[in-house]
Design a protein around this ligand. Structure first.
Ligand code: VG1
Ligand code: CO
Length: 556
């Protein structure tokens, strides 16, 4: 086997989106496609010496890993760590980069997107701090990909590189190690949480009228082995509390997106059995999570984030390791966490959609907990959102207070008022039609022509007070990111946000976010409470005229 230079020509579609490069599997299967993108990553200065490679186990995971490995060896990367069986959750990857003092990780994931031969695949790069590469980095990758003429690789795929066997080997100048990524992640969780307290949940102490039964649904994604290790081996829960726990290349035909539509199996289980007190579903790569209480009581991600922030002091070890400084949320996320921050006299930063924007705030100790409306909560212990972390905080709150999920949420509303929130997703729309619609809306919302316009919301007049397109200046590197969400704000605090998704692999997905607040009326249905706002959003955007759609495919 020898290192060779292979001629290639650029693909013009390798621009990373909200979270890496995501395409349909057949796109990645094209000759040179994976190699070009890997070479484009490896050419960003300073060149990485030590990398981790792994993925969420979806179709083509292992083949893509081998193609990436060949280019890394060809580029004489000094050290390469591979996850055992090629399976690595996104939070575990983030933790390992720091633990092993690597320069970064190449993570094969399309997260919550469907898998299989016609499904999605993704390649994402995380940097030395463990977090997703910032735009300054991904812009360079894209620029490199557009002018690539050749890449370095090996003439034959190394036969002795087997992902199923832990151990070390050397190929050309590259030291290779196949490692167990789960152990490090479990140790990290043990350093943050009181596992004795959590274990007590599985013992019937009388607090919950019977044992605190829970269902952990891994949706056939990467979290199965992690959840088994934590809930069964460490916390001594029954083995059947972790379900759909074998990572499958096509997620067993399930869309591994933990929301009320795609996590239907979990929703049904909790609706049908009063004996189950807690349910959680993780996404394909383990960074997202959805929490349900008894009777499938749904905790909105914005509320979950605010509740985690308000109760962080209960997680003793975490509080000692990472002092609580401030919070952050992405722009479309409800402002529930802002109210917690204000009460604690701490800042709450508002960033664009995507975890990469939290990195500098975490690295500079400006924030301790952050999150997004898309089922993402994370903290200072790693630089990715972390479903398990949030779940263990929830279970700490429950074990500490003896309260059910719904009681925790209702107490929170009592203390802070309720931020009603809904997101409409219109998936698989025509790309050109969406671009035209968004351009027209942008022009309208940036011209201020709607300021002062009145609409009726729940029988009361509401006046538009501000419109525009969100842009963000990073407090530390001063980079400015524009066009991050068209918005309409009302004098009552109600708000609408319009975005085009940056994680799809074909067509376009339009997201419309609505939020409104009530200090005392906390028991309305979000659908009723937000109906007028959402109706207005469809009228204002002319979504039906442009795309032919008026019914969202997913409502969260
Ligand atoms: C979506 C979410 C965003 C999240 C991103 C990656 O992006 O809205 O909040 O950070 O997915 O999550 P978009 O551009 O489609 O709205 V994951 O779990 O794919 O890493
Ligand atoms: Co994910």
């Amino acid at each position: 086997m020898t290192i060779i230079t292979k001629q290639t020509s650029p693909f013009n579609d390798q621009k990373p989106g909200t979270s890496g490069l995501r395409k349909k599997v057949p796109v990645f299967q094209q000759d040179n496609y994976v190699e070009n993108f890997t070479q484009a990553i490896l050419q960003v200065e300073p060149k990485p010496r030590c990398l981790i490679v792994g993925g969420d186990g979806r179709y083509y995971n292992d083949e893509a890993i081998m193609r990436i490995a060949a280019v890394c060896i060809g580029n004489r990367v000094e050290k390469l760590y591979f996850a055992h069986e090629g399976i690595l959750s996104t939070p575990a990857a983030s933790a390992l980069i720091v633990k092993l003092d690597c320069d970064g990780a190449i993570i094969l994931t399309a997260s919550h997107n469907p898998g299989g031969p016609r499904g999605d695949l993704g390649i994402k790069y995380n940097c030395k701090n463990g977090g997703p590469a910032p735009e300054s980095f991904t812009d360079q990758v894209y620029a490199n990909s557009l002018k690539i003429t050749n890449y370095q690789t090996v003439d034959v795929v190394p036969e002795n590189l087997r992902l199923g066997k832990l151990g070390k080997l050397k190929i050309e100048q590259t030291e290779i190690e196949i490692i167990d990524p789960i152990e490090n992640y479990v140790q990290l969780m043990k350093s943050i949480f009181d596992f004795n307290l959590l274990r007590s949940l599985f013992v019937d102490t009388g607090s919950f009228e019977g044992p605190f039964n829970m269902v952990i649904d891994c949706m056939h994604g990467v979290m199965g082995p992690y959840a088994r290790r934590i809930f069964v081996d460490e916390l001594c829960g029954p083995s059947d509390c972790v379900v759909n726990a074998n990572p499958s290349i096509d997620f067993n035909g399930v869309h591994p997106d933990p929301n009320l539509v795609y996590a239907r199996e979990l929703v049904t289980k909790l609706s049908c059995s009063k004996l189950i007190k807690f349910g959680v579903a993780f996404d394909g790569d383990g960074d997202r999570h959805m929490i349900l209480g008894e009777g499938a009581f749904f905790v909105t991600p914005g509320d979950s984030l605010a509740i985690v922030a308000d109760n962080l002091h209960l997680v003793e070890k975490y509080k000692q390791l990472y002092s609580i400084c401030g919070f952050a949320r992405s722009f479309p996320t409800s402002p529930a966490i802002d109210r917690v921050a204000a009460k604690q006299n701490r800042p709450c930063y508002v960033t664009p959609t995507g975890w990469k924007f939290f990195g500098n705030l975490l690295d500079n100790e400006a924030i301790t907990v952050c999150g997004e409306e898309s089922f993402g909560v994370g903290g200072d212990h790693i630089r990715e959102k972390d479903g398990m972390f949030s779940v263990l905080i929830w279970l700490t709150i429950i074990a500490d207070t003896g309260l059910h999920v719904a009681q925790v949420v209702r107490n929170h509303w009592c203390k802070f008022g309720r931020d009603y929130f809904q997101r409409y997703d219109f998936e698989d729309c025509d790309l050109e039609a969406c671009n035209k619609m968004m351009a027209k809306l942008k022009q309208k919302l940036e011209s201020n022509e709607l300021i002062g316009h009145e609409i009726l919301v729940r029988g009361k007049v509401c006046t538009i007070s501000k419109t525009g397109d969100f842009s963000y200046e990073d407090k530390y590197d001063k980079s400015v990111t524009r066009n991050q969400g068209l918005f309409v704000e009302f004098n009552t605090g109600a708000r609408l946000v319009f975005r085009k998704s940056g994680t799809g692999s074909s067509g376009a997905t339009i997201r419309i976010y609505a939020n409104d607040f009530d200090l005392t009326n906390t028991s309305a249905s979000p659908t009723d409470f937000l109906a007028d706002l959402l109706k207005y959003s469809l009228q204002l955007s002319q979504l039906k005229e442009y795309t032919g759609r008026d019914e969202p495919t997913v409502i969260t």
